[in-house]
Write a protein that binds this ligand. Structure first.
Ligand SMILES: Nc1ncnc2c1ncn2[C@@H]1O[C@H](COP(=O)(O)OP(=O)(O)O)[C@@H](O)[C@H]1O
Ligand SMILES: [Mg+2]
Length: 304
């Protein structure tokens, strides 16, 4: 992470508010007094502008805003980032904490004021992609979707890693439940000091008509070899996580949260846009489908 900070250093700030609460981020952007925020670096890559900032208590966050913003395509990705982060935090899983900086709100590190952005608490560690080849976790692969070969769902190449660290079956189980197809090695961070994994970049959740649980079911049914004891241990935790999620997030509840966060990203704005309305309905269908497929998956996992 340190590498990033010397790239571009710009200083900025908002007025210091002495009554500001150290936990301001938790309730942001609602009823929040924002502390003094300083820009400490910009990550110059990809389709996003990623700006690292710190508050007056020295906690580090990043602001993520799309360079090319198109409401039809990007709006619901931001809603997903917020929704899925919320669900994971409620469960106590090691996922990125995300808040929305709504459209028309100024925030240091948010270049386009009239558009929304997301504010993320920075997690410690380095992406698995950057771990040195000899490192014990360099080969960990939790990505449940390979677009080029059209392979989806949890499968053998993921299952062989689940037992290697207690965080891995938790992340794999949650990703399956929310159908997150983007847990590549850049979006999985390992912190050697804390010995924890963290999942970041949650926007590709619930956004394909076939759920990851559906594909996982298929893959497990087609497995050609028995699981080892270690693999079975990993799969037991994976199953437990999906069971917990089924109990906590029935689709009606997830959909209520989804509606709430749609409004948070663009209060009162887009509900006349037909294309977005169609997309919202598609996401809701996937939430329902993913839930039903997850229930089937748990049944199958109980039998292995
Ligand atoms: N919460 C975070 N903590 C630490 N680094 C982060 C965090 N979120 C993003 N990053 C860094 O920014 C990069 C891009 O962010 P990401 O959310 O993955 O967006 P993209 O859609 O561009 O892949 C990540 O690969 C990582 O290096
Ligand atoms: Mg990413």
């Amino acid at each position: 992470m340190r590498k990033i900070f010397f790239l571009t250093v710009i200083l900025s700030g908002s007025s210091v508010n002495s009554t500001v609460n150290k936990e301001w981020f938790e309730s942001f952007p609602i009823n929040t007094k924002v502390p003094s925020i300083e820009i400490i670096g910009v990550l110059p890559k990809g389709g996003n502008v990623i700006t690292f900032v710190k508050d007056q208590f020295n906690t580090i966050y990043l602001v993520k805003q799309y360079k090319e913003f198109d409401w039809d395509k990007k709006y619901l990705l931001m809603v997903m980032e917020r929704l899925v982060s919320h669900m994971a935090q409620e469960m106590g899983y090691p996922y990125n904490k995300v808040r929305i900086i709504p459209a028309n709100i100024n925030f240091p590190g948010k270049p386009q004021k009239h558009l929304p952005a997301t504010l993320h608490k920075v997690v410690p560690g380095v992406p698995v992609k950057q771990l040195s080849i000899g490192s014990r976790f360099a080969s960990v692969n939790l990505k449940q979707h390979r677009p080029k070969s059209k392979i989806s769902g949890l499968r053998e190449e993921n299952i062989v890693h689940l037992w290697k660290h207690p965080d891995l079956p938790i992340i794999a189980g949650f990703d399956t439940f929310v159908s997150d197809r983007d847990r590549g090695k850049s979006n999985l961070i390992f912190c050697e000091i804390k010995n924890r994994f963290y999942a970041i970049d949650l926007e590709r959740s619930f956004n394909s008509s076939c759920s990851l649980a559906f594909f996982t079911l298929k893959n497990l049914r087609n497995m050609r070899r028995p699981f080892s004891k270690k693999e079975l241990r990993g799969l037991q935790v994976y199953k437990k996580i999906i069971e917990q999620l089924i109990k906590t997030f029935p689709p009606e509840r997830t959909i209520r949260l989804f509606d709430k966060f749609c409004k948070e990203v663009a209060p009162g704005k887009l509900f006349k846009n037909d294309l977005i309305q169609v997309r919202i309905r598609e996401y809701k269908k996937v939430i329902l489908k993913s839930y039903e497929d997850s229930k089937q998956l748990v049944k199958l996992l109980l039998a292995i």
